[in-house]
Design a protein around this ligand. Structure first.
Ligand SMILES: Nc1ncnc2c1ncn2[C@@H]1O[C@H](COP(=O)(O)OP(=O)(O)OP(=O)(O)O)[C@@H](O)[C@H]1O
Ligand SMILES: [Mg+2]
Length: 218
């Protein structure tokens, strides 16, 4: 079993959107997937509640205040972290994961928040010891805008504690397809193949990383 954590202490950065789409991606590929919602808002569990019954099953875990109990037979656990995760809560979530995806929105406020958050994350012991693989994605990016260019430049130059580059995987675009798919508890990998083709292309470096050994600790 592997655990993928979607994390950023900044609210509204796209954690639930990315977590539910990663869960849908692996479920669509025939993996046994659990989606663990650590957010008392339960947005991931709400997404799951809307999921059509004829779709590949994703097991929901209400982990907010209850802890993470994974049913047997699960291949991939995707954790949707709540906003404002810091300190001991951050450490205990990070220690559960082999892989962490950090979405960041192109806006000066979000970039400044990401600077603080990434500094805190890099100081977590298992990250320092490189026992967890971490990557960033830009979310709700708009091609050619100054905010997206600045975010890309920022994400490109972040270093891991060992001095290596923190992988920056992709610019995921703002798209109504995420909202339309979410209405039915679906990911963009399971919804309107023609309409979502561009979105899946933007995701390609993310899914490639997630399905390669590069996203797993050595
Ligand atoms: N790429 C995208 N295209 C269009 N809408 C998006 C995209 N990413 C996120 N959104 C929308 O932005 C809002 C915030 O996204 P989301 O709920 O995924 O963020 P979050 O980090 O989980 O927020 P919170 O910190 O409150 O848990 C939602 O309304 C979501 O539908
Ligand atoms: Mg959320």
């Amino acid at each position: 079993m592997r655990t993928i954590l979607v994390l950023n202490s900044k609210g509204g950065s796209g954690k639930t959107t990315i977590a539910t789409n990663i869960a849908g991606f692996f479920a669509d590929r025939g993996q046994a997937v659990a989606l663990a919602d650590f957010d008392p808002q339960h947005s991931s569990l709400d997404w799951l509640a809307a999921r059509e019954s004829d779709r590949p099953e994703i097991k929901g875990i209400d982990a907010a205040g209850h802890g993470l109990r994974v049913p047997s037979g699960i291949d991939v656990v995707v954790i949707d972290a709540p906003a404002a995760t810091h300190g001991e809560d951050l450490g205990s979530l990070v220690r559960r994961a082999q892989t962490i995806v950090i979405p960041v929105i192109p806006s000066p406020i979000d970039v400044r928040a990401a600077e603080h958050f990434l500094a805190e994350l890099m100081a977590v012991r298992v990250i320092e010891k490189h026992e967890v693989k971490v990557a960033t994605v830009a979310n709700r990016a708009r091609e050619g805008t100054q905010a997206t260019v600045e975010l890309d430049e920022y994400l490109e130059q972040i270093k891991l504690p060992n001095g290596r580059k923190l992988p920056f995987l992709a610019n995921l675009r703002s798209s109504v397809n995420y909202l339309r798919a979410a209405e039915r508890g679906l990911s963009i990998f399971e919804f309107a193949p023609m309409a979502t083709m561009p979105d899946r292309e933007y995701w390609a470096p993310v899914t490639k990383w997630l399905t390669s050994t590069r996203s797993l600790p050595e």
